[in-house]
Design a protein around this ligand. Sequence first.
Ligand SMILES: Nc1nc2c(c(=O)[nH]1)N[C@H]1C(S)=C(S)[C@@H](COP(=O)(O)OP(=O)(O)OC[C@H]3O[C@@H](n4cnc5c(N)ncnc54)[C@H](O)[C@@H]3O)O[C@H]1N2
Ligand code: MOO
Length: 418
Amino acid sequence: MSTETETTGAEVGTPPPAGWEEARSRVYAVGLSAALPAVARPLADTDGHTLAEPLTTRTDLPAFPTSSVDGWAVRGAGPWRVAGRVLAGQTASPLDEDGSTVEIATGAMVPAGTTAILRIEESTRTADGRVAGTPRSQPEWREPAEEAHLGEELVPAGTPVDPAVIGLAASCGHDTLRVRRPPRAALLVFGDELLTSGPPGAGRVRDALGPSVPGWLRRYGCQVRGGDVVGPVADTLPAHVAALRGALANADLVCTTGGTMHGPVDHLHPTLEALGADYVVNTVAVRPGFPMLLARLVDGDGRVRFVAGLPGNPQSAVVALVSLVAPLLAGLTGRPMPVLPQVTLAEPVPGRGDHTHLALARWDRVAGTAHPVRHVGSAMLRGLAGADGFAVIRPGTSGAAGDRVPLVPLPLMPGERS
Ligand SMILES: Nc1nc2c(c(=O)[nH]1)N[C@H]1C(S)=C(S)[C@@H](COP(=O)(O)OP(=O)(O)OC[C@H]3O[C@@H](n4cnc5c(N)ncnc54)[C@H](O)[C@@H]3O)O[C@H]1N2
Ligand code: MOO
């Protein structure tokens, strides 16, 4: 296996851990260079995809002068003689004579020659059947190109496609969009000590990651199918190699949990070596989560897939997701590198020496403050379940109340937490 940095001397062949920010940018750049192919998809099938090119409008928006009320399109001074009717969806004949009007529906094309539109509820009829009333002074129709000009860029490439983008694309004439699909992810859980049901005890713990990591991956926009979650995989090298080979068949990204260190039954590194992977990042100077890694495999036909090694301690596994997997997925889908919000620490947070400290915190978005939570050991999940993200305490510093620091958010959905 190739390693891209020099050795420390302490352990020949082992590169020093990457700095946390350096690891994130390296992973993002490698993801972007392996971005998923751009494909044309029918509009209704693009939710959750990413725009591979800017969204531009195929017409002026609106494409024609459009009535914004039900009423009378009039020409000149009233009362007006009724010359016909124009409904939404029809092309309107011009109003040729002063003193004439056509009944007009909301959304209908405004006839050429119209000087005003009179709302239906503000109109009356004269004894001889003509229309009378005083049109409001402000225009009651939308001018062509009021919203956008033909060819104008409305949304940049790299934007996640959501219902608002889909609606906009439809309204300006698109049948398909060029998009990158959601990455497909798989999960392998390593550890013979793991139970998949019932309470822990007698040296065994419940697998907390098999049931939870797919939900985080989906919240980051991945597709994870039921059959893509495998484990616990037996703690032998052949079982690991077979499981990883199988998972890589259909996935852009395989996450593994546990086995990242060099204990007697930690097989991840030899497995990666057996499959010919190379490291993008191998350990990161962050606590918790230090042994996290990202490796890359390139097929004979040039297809690139990634393996994210999440440490076995459950909170550390989530730290690896927010630290490495999130920027990788942004790169793979051609989205921008996630920008971290700045928050004000509400309480002091200790540093972790030369390492970045990711400290679980509740984020008060209104006040812009981060409040450290309790129960934050790397083997614990209690603090995580009440947190919104991790406050970032830079190497060689500690956080004092009032300090401004970045926060890495958990990919929670609206309505989750407060
Ligand atoms: N000699 C050293 N030992 C360890 C070091 C070190 O620097 N030197 N680092 C520690 C750190 S930091 C972490 S994090 C862990 C990472 O270990 P692995 O990724 O190899 O994970 P395991 O050894 O398989 O498991 C660690 C821990 O987590 C529990 N675990 C594993 N999978 C799950 C799961 N799916 N659900 C719940 N709990 C899980 C496992 O039972 C262990 O308790 O290494 C330290 N050791
Ligand atoms: O860094 Mo380990 O990931 O402390 O638990």
